[in-house]
Design a protein around this ligand. Sequence first.
Ligand code: NAD
Length: 243
Amino acid sequence: MSDYLVGKTALVTAAGQGIGRASALAYKRAGANVIATDINGEALQTLAVEGISTRLLDVRDEAAVRGAVAEIGAVDILFNCAGVVHGGTVLDVKDEELAFAWDLNVRSMLRTVRAVLPGMLARGGGAIVNMSSVASSVKGVPNRFAYSVTKAAVIGLTKSIAADYVGQNIRCNAICPGTVESPSLQERMRASGDYEAARAAFIARQPMGRIGAPEEIADLAVYLSGATYTTGQAYVIDGGWTG
Ligand SMILES: NC(=O)c1ccc[n+]([C@@H]2O[C@H](COP(=O)([O-])OP(=O)(O)OC[C@H]3O[C@@H](n4cnc5c(N)ncnc54)[C@H](O)[C@@H]3O)[C@@H](O)[C@H]2O)c1
């Protein structure tokens, strides 16, 4: 797929680590001009040496998002990857946690879409890929209340944008991974108090017997960014968990 996205500019959020980082590299390999953004400047440095343009961007900051897009100019592909996981049930979750999850997992996507979509429409098209999860409207997952509520909303906003702009050559799809290796997954496993047991439990629920690699999810993001006959879909990529 080395020339799959040649001539396209791809803006990736939360590209400092995990799936976002793997995606920035995959977009680059696919020939895109990549702008990798994150709040973690040190992490972004590791992409800058790969010939990728990097910039600090907090997707919770509306003015910063608008300013960044105004400076970048034409964006053909937007990969909204930023998101946060909170543990807990409906009885556990604090209102502040739910508000934070809503802001980062959902409203940040509205900020970036509102910033890039007018330009995409003016130039006659664009592709938006939004990061959801199987823990959403796809599957009930224990102890993921705030996460599942907000990731289900991502599927709703994806379908809504797709329906509104399908006639103007804008495509909008969501990705719904199962468990994927990443620094924040490592943190969650450590925070459980028994890393080995937590890791074994994550693996046990995967029919393929392993956790996914960020590169496997990145390949789907790249594919959807150039796949011209699909929009409004939530693509599950979960090692057979919900199959
Ligand atoms: N890892 C998994 O198992 C898994 C499964 C399904 C979905 N996801 C989703 O994939 C996405 C990436 O998760 P991951 O686990 O690969 O990475 P991660 O959680 O390890 O890294 C997240 C990145 O987001 C950045 N970030 C945090 N707040 C930000 C903000 N306000 N603005 C910009 N960047 C910010 C962090 O600096 C970090 O680089 C998230 O939306 C997550 O919900 C992950």
